[in-house]
Design a protein around this ligand. Structure first.
Ligand SMILES: C[S@@+](CC[C@H](N)C(=O)[O-])C[C@H]1O[C@@H](n2cnc3c(N)ncnc32)[C@H](O)[C@@H]1O
Length: 281
């Protein structure tokens, strides 16, 4: 039987390039503007809460699970434009090595880190989470938000996490999911739009983690927060669309609106989910 978590080097490189072709360009700034500089979902206290504060809550919640405090060495993979890295350095006094494959996002992340004067606590580097250019057992925590859906080989990504974290450290991640209610045709269409492999359900994560014999310290299904997040992003996108259309073109803006709209519709229909796992390394 083939292992759905496993993939070869060619598929990994192909997936990485597919993502970069569509998102690692001028679209990057639009995405960052629409998501408020944090390309991840929010944990809402109520339906009126702004996205930024719901996004802060999820980072703080994960930081507690990962026992992050002054001097904790974090490696963040798929760091987007560095919103989480800055938060962990600024609010929790952690030192963060943040990696990503999108050069445009890394450039914005470096600028924002310097602007906030956090250059001594954060380093940014190009890095594919399947194969990190980092020493073994050098970190207390491996961290990832809303990016494992892009991993062609999720088992290998977690093996890398185990390699770079010290024994007894933490591996924490959130990930966008589909629910079993999503028909196969919609699953394929969504993956094609996001330039990702077929998106997983929480049961797929449970099966992989059990097979790898992880000690799962926390597991939460936070799916109820997905629709609210995407509705906030759609709203923000409407407010910046005209300014960006002049700069990056109508097609790029409409492509982004289409992708967010698809995810919003799927989330409202209960077909998109979101999970959080904290694992002992
Ligand atoms: C939805 S964004 C999340 C970004 C960030 N974690 C955050 O919460 O702001 C997905 C991220 O996955 C990154 N990504 C996609 N494929 C990757 C790979 N093979 N290795 C590392 N990062 C990858 C993208 O460049 C992007 O930054």
């Amino acid at each position: 039987m083939t292992d759905p978590a496993r993939n070869d080097a060619a598929s990994i490189a192909e997936g990485r390039e597919a993502y970069r072709q569509v998102f690692d360009n001028a679209v990057s700034r639009l995405m960052s503007a629409a998501w408020g500089g944090n390309l991840h979902l929010g944990l809402f206290a109520d339906a009126d809460e702004p996205l930024a504060s719901a996004q802060r809550r999820v980072k703080d919640r994960m930081a507690v699970a990962a026992a992050i405090g002054p001097g904790t060495r974090v490696i963040e993979v798929a760091c987007g434009v560095g919103g989480t890295a800055r938060h962990l350095a600024r609010e929790h006094a952690a030192t963060v090595h943040a990696t990503n494959i999108a050069e445009a996002q890394l450039a914005e992340a470096r600028d924002l880190g310097l602007l906030e004067g956090l250059g001594d606590r954060i380093t940014f580097a190009f890095g594919d989470f399947h194969q990190l250019d980092a020493p073994s057992h050098a970190f207390d925590c491996w961290w990832c938000q809303e990016a494992l859906l892009y991993a062609a080989d999720k088992r290998r990504v977690l093996e890398e996490a185990v390699r770079v974290v010290r024994p007894g450290g933490r591996i924490v991640f959130t990930d966008l999911l589909l629910t079993r209610a999503m028909p196969a045709e919609e699953r394929e269409r969504l993956a094609a739009e996001l330039k990702a492999p077929p998106i997983w359900a929480i049961e797929d994560w449970d099966a992989l983690l059990a097979g790898m014999r992880f000690d799962v310290l926390e597991r939460h299904d936070w799916s109820e927060h997905v629709a609210l997040t995407f509705s906030r992003v759609a709203e923000a996108l409407r407010s910046v669309r005209d300014a960006f259309a002049g700069k990056i073109g109508h097609d790029a803006v409409e492509g982004m609106e289409h992708r967010i709209g698809m995810q919003l519709d799927a989330a409202r229909a209960g077909r998109l989910g979101w999970c959080f796992y904290s694992l002992a390394a």
